[in-house]
Design a protein around this ligand. Structure first.
Ligand code: ADP
Ligand code: MG
Length: 235
């Protein structure tokens, strides 16, 4: 469960104060698949980083799975990041000199879920459709496949919350939709999934879209025009 109450984030840069988030309140329940939609600069990354304990709010309360993140020590934040959240990024962030299998195994080295790293990594890669790509290096994989490796890595730790920052930003539309569907399946399997995108068309397959504009939540609900099936999207 993610609970934000009146969260604001201001950055002071020299004489200028930038309000990246302005009194944002929202709740996301376990198993929800939520897309955060907004143009560049609307505060999406700031929001995700605060939920993932990579950043702290200037004001307001952030509770994630019972942990009040605005009142944690550094050690508690490390533990939270190791056990509770996993990030997926626009540029995949794989190690170029490690194979797909090794990239996933590496995440297990620091995870409490890391008892059989090789076996867990292989089964996670199989679950995202990459069972026949274990020994491939990132440069031998397509963008969509690289993002699947990153998703397998995020899943391998067993952490209950997935935070994906523009995970489809580097991908063509069709591949982007496939990645979003894969993330949606993770929510159906019980993970809490927050995906950030600026692409309204892609967001139509979400159950719930939270729209940000200049640091404000301007709408929160089913996608405009209702939830669309993949086949109804305009390619
Ligand atoms: P988005 O991900 O929607 O593009 P961001 O959350 O990255 O938006 O940024 C929101 C606003 O906060 C932008 O105006 C951005 O320039 C500003 N901002 C983000 N991070 C910092 C930072 N570390 N220092 C100063 N300003 C920042
Ligand atoms: Mg961003």
């Amino acid at each position: 469960m993610i609970e934000l109450e009146n969260v604001s984030k201001r950055y002071v840069v020299g004489p200028v104060t930038i309000t990246a988030l302005d009194r944002v309140s929202l709740h996301v329940a376990a198993g929800e698949f939520v897309v955060v939609l907004g143009p560049s600069g609307s505060g999406k990354t700031t929001l995700l980083n605060i939920i993932g304990a990579l950043d702290v709010p200037t004001e307001g309360s952030v509770r994630v799975n019972g942990v009040e993140l605005s009142a944690t020590t550094q050690a508690q934040r490390f533990k939270f990041r190791r056990e509770t959240v996993s990030f997926i990024f626009q540029t995949f962030n794989l190690f170029p000199s490690l194979t797909a299998l090794e990239n996933v195994e590496l995440a297990l080295d620091i995870s409490p879920n890391g008892r059989n790293p090789r076996q867990t990594a292989a089964s996670m890669l199989a679950s995202v459709g990459l069972g026949d790509r274990l020994s491939h290096f990132p440069h031998e994989l397509s963008g969509g496949e690289q993002q699947r490796v990153a998703i397998a890595r995020a899943l391998a730790t067993g952490n209950p919350i997935l935070l994906a920052d523009e995970p489809t930003g580097e991908l063509d539309f069709r591949t982007g939709v496939q990645i979003l569907e894969l993330l949606q399946q993770q929510a159906e399997a019980g993970k809490t999934v927050l995906v950030v995108t600026h692409n309204r068309e892609i967001s139509r397959i979400a159950d719930r879209v939270i729209e940000l504009s200049s640091g404000h939540v301007v709408s929160d609900g089913a996608p405009r025009g209702g939830k669309a099936s993949v086949h109804a999207l305009s390619w």
